[in-house]
Design a protein around this ligand. Sequence first.
Ligand SMILES: C[S@@+](CC[C@H](N)C(=O)[O-])C[C@H]1O[C@@H](n2cnc3c(N)ncnc32)[C@H](O)[C@@H]1O
Ligand code: SF4
Length: 332
Amino acid sequence: MDALDTFGRPLRDLRISVTDRCNFRCVYCMPREVYGREYRFLERRELLSFEEIARVAGVFVSLGVSKLRITGGEPLVRRDLERLVAMLAELDVDLTLTTNGSLLPVKAAALAEAGLRRITVSLDSLDDATFRAMNDADFPVARVLDGIDAARAAGLPVKVNCVVKRGVNDGDVVAMARWFHGTGVTLRFIEYMDVGHTNGWRLDDVVPAAEIIRAIDDELPLEPVEPAYRGEVARRWRFRDGGGELGVIASVTQPFCGDCTRARLSAEGRLYTCLFAVRGHDVRAMLRAGATDEELARDLGAHWSRRTDRYSELRSARTVDLPKVEMSYIGG
Ligand SMILES: C[S@@+](CC[C@H](N)C(=O)[O-])C[C@H]1O[C@@H](n2cnc3c(N)ncnc32)[C@H](O)[C@@H]1O
Ligand code: SF4
């Protein structure tokens, strides 16, 4: 049964956050001033168990979801994550994961063996000093590159996400494009978004996708590629010399709400139908009250069919100050 929202958008993707914790403190996501010692992270009993997550994911698949993405916080800090991967792999849909890559050197093989199909690694700069400053955990870039190599060696197709912040890493985009050119790894540049409130976002910090593409095209000529499917968030470009593809996710300068087919489940089991939503729908309460799969499907389908979100298209000076959930909580 396919669920459609009030704008006729089908439900196709589910992003599942498995933890709100992270071993990095990226300046645009979990600034250390906010996520320091005093910050109250979720307690273990508040998190959905792997069994609960797998059950909810199965219900979503019955509603039309064909792609699952595991995220966080940093998903690989949750113990035995490969066990969840194996459970979700049984649903036989596209299964992927977004990670900062720090633990991939030890985890990549087990994740691939458990049935993960693809992986996205976040990497904001190849310059070690810039990278350490952006992750604010003094984590060296070489270890993330080792993680990417480990994922590829395990047979996982790799995408790399790079958030570009003006004056911080915008000088590194051409070097990133050169590094991954011809490797089979697809690089995607992401405009810095006003998710949550803790990162002190300002429009001046956003480097528009068009500017990123222009800078790369000057050195490594590009041509546009048609989208592969409805709801593809990245605008795709191909190196004219056959060196592969890259993408830009222009959620600030070219919002794509009209095609958004994504729902997000937080680590404590709240459902968000928009990255910029304020309140989540409490799925955990239903699960723990003993709802059947049919009851869950009816509830989640009805929730999606009421969906009216299109925040990015409505973004204005006024909406920037509305209460919103944090990226580390909802998982991007
Ligand atoms: C919240 S992270 C969770 C998964 C994992 N910890 C990681 O970093 O890949 C998911 C993605 O969101 C991106 N992200 C976080 N804050 C962002 C922001 N304010 N604007 C744009 N992208 C952001 C990250 O760079 C990452 O690629
Ligand atoms: S972007 Fe990912 S790695 Fe960076 S702080 Fe957020 S959750 Fe952690």
